[in-house]
Write a protein that binds this ligand. Structure first.
Ligand code: C2E
Ligand code: CA
Ligand code: CA
Ligand code: CA
Length: 281
């Protein structure tokens, strides 16, 4: 029994070592990726429910890893956030998304009014000089500020409301809007709507998941739409995966829809093609 216990310990230690090594590999890998510019930005269409046109796109980062292929953000954003690499990764995503949006608005007839949303993690949002960084990026690519929105989560805003308020005032002065992401997953969603100047609520996809089967979900969405209308906020419903869900959120008065049923996040060329066929329908 003693022997097997020892064996277990050894296996455990080995597993720990493996995990630490993996983590260090990832940190090292991330640093190289930042230097080599291995990140790509995909764009997920956001459909206006009043006219069924693609009005906006959310920029979502992908890591085009030299040996592992395309990696999703859930695999590396949390580590980048912990190590601080997120500031570099985020700067690259912002620059690329703003460049792409400016290009589309200038050169693509069907995309001349496209708005682009870029995610800011908690650490990015409160990093030194973030408002200046956004201002410089807009100026560099000559993108009008009203074409850009920044998506932040409630957890980002709760840690230091005073600082976040100051930063959001800075964005407002630039003319850049801020969206409250993953609405409904936190603890204080309602109070934060009152204290900070958001333009848009992004309803978390957990509400949409059981929308068609459960009356409570529909009631909750309806209530959120009422609150939004009272505060002149727009509502984007995330995670629409079926025709019935799309019909339901339309009926409940949401302004925009986003989800696999409409389209997955797409590389730039496929996004262009998608928007063109939508217009022709
Ligand atoms: P998020 O901001 O909530 O982004 C929406 C996520 O939901 C995306 O996952 C998108 O592909 C996925 N999604 C869209 N429609 C559907 C649907 O119908 N069903 C389901 N099941 N999922 C859907 P993705 O691209 O893997 O991104 C995951 C998270 O990683 C994002 O969640 C965001 O928090 C973070 N992230 C992505 N790109 C960036 C970035 O450039 N910077 C930062 N800081 N975070 C990012
Ligand atoms: Ca988002
Ligand atoms: Ca979200
Ligand atoms: Ca999220």
């Amino acid at each position: 029994a003693k022997d097997s216990g020892k064996g277990c310990g050894a296996t455990f230690d080995q597993a720990m070592r493996d995990r630490v090594t993996e983590r260090l590999d990832l940190e090292f890998d991330l640093r190289r990726a930042v230097e080599e510019g291995e990140f790509e930005v995909f764009y997920q269409p956001i459909m206006s429910l009043s006219d069924n046109r693609v009005a906006k796109a959310e920029a979502l980062v992908r890591w085009n890893h030299p040996t592992r292929g395309i990696l999703p953000p859930t695999l590396f954003i949390p580590v980048a956030e912990e190590t601080g690499a997120i500031e570099e990764v985020g700067a690259q995503v912002l620059d690329e998304a703003v460049r792409q949006a400016a290009h589309w608005r200038r050169n693509d007839r069907t995309l001349s009014e496209l708005k682009i949303s870029v995610n800011l993690s908690p650490r990015q949002l409160t990093s030194e000089g973030i408002v200046d960084q956004v201002a410089r990026t807009l100026h560099k690519h000559q993108l009008p500020p009203e074409a850009l929105a920044l998506e932040i989560t409630e957890s980002a805003s709760m840690d230091n409301v005073g600082l976040v308020q100051e930063i959001m005032d800075g964005f407002a002065e630039l003319g850049v809007s801020v969206h409250l992401d993953d609405f409904g997953t936190g603890y204080s969603s309602l109070s934060i709507l009152h204290s900070l100047p958001f333009s848009t609520i992004k309803l978390d996809r957990s509400f949409i998941n059981n929308l068609v089967e459960e009356v409570e979900s529909a009631t909750t969405i309806w209530a959120v739409v009422m609150i939004a209308q009272a505060g002149r906020l727009e509502v984007v419903a995330e995670g629409i995966e079926t025709h019935d869900q799309l019909a339901k959120i339309r009926e409940l008065g949401c302004d925009y829809g986003q989800g696999y049923y409409i389209s997955r996040p797409l590389p730039p060329h496929e996004f262009e093609a998608f928007c063109r066929t939508k217009l022709d329908e």
